[in-house]
Design a binder for this molecule. Structure first.
Ligand code: ZN
Length: 381
């Protein structure tokens, strides 16, 4: 992974380059940023830059023996740790290294759900177990094979068990030329003892402009469409790509139909919807709900009298404007909360049929207690 392959994040890149040029590479660093901002690819590009035999001004060369091994994640001094589902108590991250390489090489911006799909998870809780902590200590106590540095990239240290404290000593007093790069999303879920021993590299969500430019340059998106997707993706490149790949249209059809049938309280249609939605797969269900939350948020903007701020494609824009005529702020907020709850439960493996039925009924209830004058219902069509 080279810096040039990573979307935006110019400031972070400049900072990382500077640490190498000035010879001030802190041996334990925490790359902290929200999902889809590129923390993991940044850590990878940083490690590759440090190991590169022929560094350029602003990037690794991409051609030397070290870079070639880095590109395939097979450099012997590059180690990984990540949450996994142990089938045997002595399973460690290495047990799943093939799956890891494949997952990262296919999508360096992967999230935990996507990673889970590469593993045979059986809905178990992913974690970084004690066997893995011992393995890390063992690996890092060996001499480096080729490069100057041994690097351990730990993705999502939030999933370290309490036993993670086993690592404190090696993080605090690491063997010579050892580099710990922790890549996390939620600071408050990391063991404090580990947090206090790392130097923070804060990574912000991507700007709309960065995402827009990326979609235009890399995927030849129409500027107008790229701008709309960038706006809806909230700085998450993964969400942006899912939307770009056509999901946005399917979601719009499904979501607007769903609200219409809830509004009209059409039981049979709702049952069909529940059936369809429960078969989408968890990632798509989350996208669908997030998409719905965005649409409802746009309704909120319209209801607050700021229609000018809504930037949606034509059909969605019309829907939002019309739908806003039959709801009020309280209902909009209540619906947003229901969707947010649903998203939370999907993430935690709720039964999708029960979940979509329940949220449908809640939305029917919210929409039913209608204080609007009769005759306005036809507006939603
Ligand atoms: Zn190189």
């Amino acid at each position: 992974m080279q810096f040039s392959e990573i979307v935006g994040q110019q400031e972070v890149k400049a900072h990382l380059l500077q640490t190498v040029k000035s010879g001030r590479i802190s041996h334990a660093q925490l790359f902290l940023g929200p999902e889809g901002c590129g923390s993991l690819p940044l850590a990878m590009a940083y490690a590759q830059y440090i190991a590169c035999e022929n560094r350029l001004e602003a990037d690794s060369c991409g051609e030397c023996a070290s870079c070639r091994k880095y590109a395939k994640l097979i450099h012997p001094d590059l180690h990984f740790s990540y949450p996994f589902f142990a089938k045997h108590k002595d399973d460690t991250a290495v047990t799943f290294i093939e799956e890891w390489r494949e997952a990262f090489l296919v999508n360096p911006y992967l999230n935990l759900d996507e990673w889970r799909e590469h593993l045979d998870s059986d809905n178990k809780q992913a974690n970084i177990n004690i066997a893995e902590c011992h393995q890390i200590i063992k690996k890092l106590s060996l001499k480096s094979f080729e490069g100057e540095y041994k690097v351990l990239i730990m993705w999502l240290p939030e999933y370290l068990d309490k036993e993670g404290n086993t690592l404190l000593k090696i993080i605090e007093e690491p063997p010579q030329k050892t580099l710990f790069l922790l890549v996390a999303q939620n600071q408050d879920q990391i063991l404090n003892t580990i947090l206090s021993r790392t130097q923070l590299v804060k990574i912000n969500r991507l700007s709309n402009e960065d995402i827009k430019r990326y979609l235009i340059e890399k995927y030849l998106a129409e500027p107008e469409k790229a701008a709309q997707i960038a706006y809806l993706s909230e700085g998450n490149i993964q969400t942006a790509l899912t939307m770009f790949n056509g999901e946005i249209n399917n979601n719009f059809g499904l979501f607007s139909d769903w609200l219409r049938m809830c509004f009209a309280n059409k039981g049979t249609q709702i049952a069909d919807f529940v059936e369809t939605a429960s078969k989408l797969g968890r990632e798509n269900q989350k996208d669908f709900i997030r998409y719905g939350m965005n649409i409802i948020r746009e309704c909120l903007i319209v209801l607050s009298g700021a229609s000018d701020l809504v930037h949606l494609p034509r059909a969605e824009n019309d829907f939002v404007i019309n739908f806003s005529k039959i709801i009020d702020l309280a209902k909009t907020e209540a619906m947003y909360n229901e969707l947010e709850k649903a998203h939370y439960h999907i993430e935690r493996n709720a039964n999708p049929k029960i979940l979509f039925l329940d949220v449908s009924l809640q939305i029917v209830k919210i929409l039913k207690f209608n204080t609007l004058p009769q005759g306005t219902q036809h507006i939603v069509n």
